[in-house]
Design a protein around this ligand. Structure first.
Ligand code: ADP
Ligand code: 5GP
Length: 213
């Protein structure tokens, strides 16, 4: 089975980053694609672990050089996934967990049609607001920008294969894990399926023949 990208999208504050971290800490068969962004780091965020924090000029240069598999303007900042990041994780035999917005997801599934898409929903609007405000990482202006983007992001839910409601974190992580586990077993991803079935058929046919009078 070849590893595949797992794209998590959600309105800001729904918990996709938290879920992605948990998935990575629990699965030895998954790695994270560290994105590039022009936004400023939040307290505790590390360059190269959470994001590659680039200046606008650096970002635009990389984009001009074709370094990104996808890129988008999200909440007024530039975000993008480096082709080398995805390849680094896939070539280690790991599924690539990606936390990207809906515009990026659109672009990425064109490049990686084998990607699995998961939309994370908060249980209620009230809970989303509580989480977003409780994270305490945005000014009031930034908060409104994120809520406006959230309205657009929510329109895209129909384009995703799976939906996970992030009510209880443990349950939500289990749901995403179940999706990955099921996808690993999906017929199209099973390597050598045809030859495996042909071998079975051959063996059974020989057995039937041996019983012919
Ligand atoms: P996103 O990446 O979707 O913007 P985050 O992962 O940053 O969202 O989560 C937003 C806030 O909600 C964070 O403070 C996080 O700790 C909290 N959070 C995430 N999932 C849950 C959950 N299931 N229950 C309670 N709080 C949560
Ligand atoms: P945050 O600033 O809260 O970390 O992320 C803001 C938004 O940008 C989230 O919706 C997140 O999914 C999205 N994002 C993060 N990395 C990327 C990326 O590489 N590409 C795209 N298109 N969106 C990203």
């Amino acid at each position: 089975m070849s590893p595949f990208p797992v794209i998590l999208s959600a309105p800001s504050g729904a918990g996709k980053t938290t879920i992605a971290r948990e998935i990575l800490s629990r699965r030895s068969d998954a790695g994270y694609s560290v994105s590039c962004t022009t936004r400023t780091p939040r307290p505790g965020e590390e360059n190269g672990r959470d994001y590659y924090f680039l200046s606008r000029a650096e970002f635009l240069k990389q984009r001009e050089d074709g370094a990104f598999a996808e890129s988008a303007v999200v909440h007024g900042n530039l975000y993008g996934t480096l082709r080398t990041e995805i390849q680094r994780v896939l070539s280690n035999g790991l599924h690539v967990v990606m936390d990207i917005d809906v515009q990026g997801a659109h672009q990425l599934i064109r490049v990686f049609p084998q990607a699995v898409t998961v939309f994370v929903l908060p249980p209620t609007g009230e809970v989303l607001l509580e989480r977003l405000k409780g994270r305490n990482t945005e000014s009031s202006e930034q908060l409104v920008a994120r809520l406006q983007s959230a309205l657009q992001e929510l329109q895209a839910v129909d384009e995703y294969e799976y939906v996970v409601v992030n009510d209880d974190l443990e349950l939500a992580v289990n749901r995403v894990n179940a999706i990955i586990d099921a996808e690993v077993l999906s017929r199209d991803r099973v390597a050598g399926l045809r030859s495996q079935v042909t071998l079975l058929i051959d063996r059974l046919e020989r057995e039937i023949e041996s019983h012919q009078p």
